[in-house]
Design a protein around this ligand. Structure first.
Ligand SMILES: Cc1cc2nc3c(=O)[nH]c(=O)nc-3n(C[C@H](O)[C@H](O)[C@H](O)COP(=O)(O)O)c2cc1C
Length: 188
């Protein structure tokens, strides 16, 4: 079992699910749609990543319901979202809830995702090519940082980094390309 659990809700175009699938490939994390029961027991994981598309200026309601009903006291959590138009305040409510539940919010990472809601649908949608490979790599870097901070990895923070896995054990933190994977995302 991986020490990292990703719980996600992706209802619009599967944008968030694509990002989550990429993270699963890169890190070996366990992942589950937050609507599917039974969900894995969070106490078995060192890091929880909560992910969704933005819906009416906020993360999906299913994410909030999960936080409300789950004991996340002291649990490191990373938030991940995809959105049509980036805006800083999207996770305000979610972070507030995490603080109320005494979770340890390690940060927020996001990228744009193809959206056809409301008027955007009439003009063919926005952020049509997103999430891009570049978006996913950026989010992977944020996840790597959270994995390292939460202690959900052995020595250097990479569970199954393609770069790191090709290196001998003693050199797993020294190449520039590997160091790049450890760059910071914004904190809560
Ligand atoms: C009902 C609805 C409301 C949305 N509200 C917002 C919004 O407030 N801000 C924004 O940037 N994108 C908004 N979007 C666009 C989605 O956040 C974006 O397309 C996201 O990548 C969808 O992720 P998903 O495909 O994983 O569900 C909305 C989409 C829908 C369907």
């Amino acid at each position: 079992m991986s020490p990292v659990l990703i719980l996600y809700k992706s209802v619009h175009h599967g944008n968030t699910r694509r990002v989550v699938q990429f993270l699963v490939q890169q890190t070996g994390a366990d992942a589950a749609d937050i609507g599917q029961l039974p969900l894995p027991d969070p106490t078995h994981y060192r890091l929880i990543i909560l992910a969704s598309g933005i819906c009416f200026q906020s993360m999906h309601q299913a994410i909030h319901a999960y936080i409300e009903k789950t004991d996340l006291s002291g649990k490191p959590v990373l938030l991940l979202y995809t959105c049509g138009l980036p805006f800083k305040g999207y996770t305000r409510k979610t972070v507030k809830l995490l603080l109320k539940k005494k979770a340890e919010c390690l940060g927020v990472c996001h990228c744009r995702g193809y959206g056809t809601d409301g008027l955007f649908g009439k003009i063919g949608g926005i952020a049509r090519s997103h999430p891009t490979k570049e978006d996913m790599n950026r989010i992977f870097a944020s996840a790597q940082k959270a994995i390292r901070t939460s202690g959900a990895s052995s020595s250097c923070g990479c569970l199954r980094s393609p770069v790191a896995s090709r290196l001998p054990a003693g050199r797993r933190t020294v190449t520039p390309s590997h160091a790049h994977l450890h760059q910071e995302s914004g904190a809560c």
